[in-house]
Structure formats: structure tokens, C-alpha cells
Design a protein around this ligand. Structure first.
Ligand SMILES: Nc1nc2c(c(=O)[nH]1)N[C@H]1C(S)=C(S)[C@@H](COP(=O)(O)O)O[C@H]1N2
Ligand SMILES: [Mo]
Length: 325
């Protein structure tokens, strides 16, 4: 523990999200070529599970919260990922996750300040909850974005069923911890990945978790979730930077105090607990005013709360968003 802490402090800010600007530019030049080749490569090489290999989820109800902006392609959404458990490269998750991450058995624990705690097999966890489609914008803190047709359940339904006590003010989420599955959890020495206090964790205030936009996704493009996107269950909070949308969740914990979260712990000056998309508050090392939609040529303006202000601005009415970034 002590050694880990010291390593964390010694990491230069420039080493955190090392690929942020550089890799995005490289990607920009290659996006169309990659998208064109990915679908050809995938079936033969086993690089990434082809869409056809994933279970269809059946007809899904649509949602008034869905955007009608053009969707990113399945190839774009499944070949350009952040899932540091598999490495920091955008193509590491699609290369490694489909081979290593088993979707079943998968258990989800509900713990902490709630009446209905326990550990549930995935199918029991999902029982009685209705799966629907949500087409959301995803805005990464690295200033790229996508439009993604998720399938899943409202987080509020899961919270209500857990029946939190009056002491529950926050919800904390945990990604699975299994060094045999996730190579980065085996990282040792003075490397960036070894400095992360695994498992990856994230958190929301309970009223944020209850907002109708907060979503637990179990699928993508009408199929079960591809491994690299956080199978079998991942959070999606569309008005916050992508790092809040934690993948491969195994535990949902209710607590009284603001939870410690992976990125906030690593670099509190760069990644706040709230992490609301905000074009007027720049990252210390780059502007957040504009973003590059993957697959598009020109940058576009980033919208306050990623365009979801009408649904969520009231949650932060009396907060100084420069302070609570
Ligand atoms: N467990 C875990 N969850 C994670 C991450 C991660 O590295 N590990 N990366 C986050 C970041 S930075 C982003 S932008 C989104 C990317 O989701 P996608 O790959 O499905 O587009 O996942 C988030 N969830
Ligand atoms: Mo991100």
C-alpha cells in the first residue's frame, strides 16, 4: 500500500492519460481506414468478436431520452476503447478483452446502506427489469466523442429495488478484480498501470444515480455487450465525462460519504468527482470547448452537460461548477 502511494505521487501529470492528445490525432488520420478494415479483419483473425457472434437481445423498446444524431458504427464503437485493465492503447481492449473476459457466470453484489443487499447471479439481478434502447452521446475527457446505441436498464430501478437507507448519500461502483483476466492488474514497478489502485471504481451522488438518464448498459446495437465495452454490465452516465461510465461492474455499494474513485484519486487536480461535461472548464492540459466526433472530419462545440442540461442542470443549481468540476 505504502509503495503504491509513493509511486502515485511520483507520476508526472504528463504521464497520466499519456495518449490523450497525441493518440487522438493519430487516430484521426486513421479512423476511416481502420473502420474499413476492422470488419474484414475481425472474423478471420479473432481480433474482435464479430457482431454476429454476440447474442441478440430481441426487440427493444425505444426511449424519449435517445438522440437522433447519426450513430457511430459498430466497428468504431468496438475498436476504439478505453479499458485500462487491458492496457492504455485504444486497440488493446478489442485485441484482448474478447479472448479474456468471460460474460458468465457473473455476479453483482449490492452492499452497504441498503435494505436489500446480497450477491446476485447476473440473470437474477436482471429479473423483473425491462431492457430498452438508449442512444446516448459519450464524451470522453480526452475530447473525442461518439453516439452509441446502448441497451440496458434504468439505474434508478436498481437503486429503488436495493432500497437504500436514509444514510445512503452516494453510490460507489466497482469493476471486477481478477489479475488473470485483466493484465494491467498484474502490472508491477514504476509504471502508470501499476500506480492504479485496482479495481477501477467510480461513484455518483444518490440523486444523480436516481436521475432517469443514469443507465446500466447490458448491450450495444441490439446485441449483448461486447467485452471491450464493459461486458456484461457497465454504467452509462451521458452528461459526465466517459471515465465515470465504469465497465464490467461487480459491486454497487451505498454509503454516506463521497466515494474515492480511480481517476479522482490518481489526479484530483485533473479529474474531479463530478466530472460533468463542461465546455467552460478546461482540463489543466487541454481545452474542453470542442470535441472530435469519431468518424467526422471537423471538430464540433462541446455542449454543457454534453447536451443534457434540461434533464440534469437542476442537480447542480447551487454549486460552483468551477470548484466542483
Ligand atoms: N473499468 C473501466 N471502466 C472504464 C474505463 C476503464 O479504463 N476501466 N475507461 C473509461 C473511459 S475513460 C471511457 S471514455 C469509457 C469508454 O467506453 P467505451 O470504450 O465503451 O466507448 O469507459 C470508461 N470506463
Ligand atoms: Mo474517457
Amino acid at each position: 500500500m505504502l509503495i503504491k502511494k509513493r509511486q502515485t505521487r511520483d507520476i508526472l501529470p504528463s504521464e497520466i492519460t499519456p495518449e490523450a492528445i497525441f493518440r487522438d490525432r493519430r487516430r484521426f488520420l486513421r479512423t476511416s481506414a481502420l473502420a474499413a478494415t476492422a470488419s474484414l479483419l475481425a472474423p478471420g483473425t479473432g481480433v474482435s468478436k464479430p457482431m454476429e457472434a454476440l447474442e441478440p437481445l430481441g426487440a427493444l423498446p425505444t426511449s424519449p431520452f435517445s438522440t437522433d444524431e447519426p450513430k457511430n458504427t459498430y466497428e468504431e464503437i468496438t475498436t476504439y476503447n478505453n479499458f485500462y485493465e487491458f492496457g492504455t492503447g485504444k486497440e488493446d481492449p478489442m485485441r484482448l478483452a474478447p479472448k479474456r473476459l468471460e460474460h458468465r457466470p457473473w455476479n453483482v453484489s449490492i452492499t452497504g446502506e441498503a435494505e436489500n443487499t446480497g450477491e446476485f447471479a447476473f440473470d437474477d439481478f436482471m429479473r423483473g427489469l425491462s431492457v430498452e434502447e438508449r442512444i446516448y452521446r459519450l464524451r470522453c475527457v480526452e475530447a473525442w466523442s461518439m453516439v452509441i446505441p446502448w441497451a440496458g436498464i434504468g439505474l434508478a430501478d436498481v437503486v429503488r429495488r436495493a432500497n437504500p437507507t436514509s444514510r445512503a448519500k452516494y453510490v460507489k461502483f466497482y469493476t471486477a478484480y481478477d489479475p488473470e483476466v485483466f493484465p494491467a492488474q498484474r502490472a508491477r514497478g514504476f509504471s502508470f498501470l501499476a500506480s492504479i489502485d485496482w479495481p477501477y471504481t467510480e461513484g455518483l451522488r444518490i440523486d444523480e444515480a436516481m436521475n432517469p438518464l443514469s443507465f446500466l448498459a447490458t448491450g450495444l446495437y441490439g446485441k449483448e455487450m461486447p467485452s471491450q465495452n464493459g461486458a456484461p454490465l457497465r454504467l452509462v452516465v451521458p452528461w459526465k465525462y466517459g471515465f465515470k461510465s465504469i465497465k464490467s461492474v461487480v459491486r454497487i455499494h451505498f454509503q454516506e460519504t463521497e466515494p474515492e474513485c480511480t481517476w479522482n484519486q490518481l489526479a484530483p487536480g485533473e479529474y474531479g468527482f463530478y466530472a460533468n461535461v463542461n465546455p467552460t472548464v478546461d482540463h489543466p492540459r487541454w481545452s474542453q470547448a470542442r470535441e472530435r466526433r469519431i468518424g467526422e472530419l471537423f471538430k464540433q462545440d462541446t455542449l454543457m452537460f454534453n447536451g443534457y442540461a434540461e434533464e440534469v442542470a437542476h442537480l447542480y443549481a447551487d454549486m460552483d461548477l468551477r470548484k466542483f468540476y
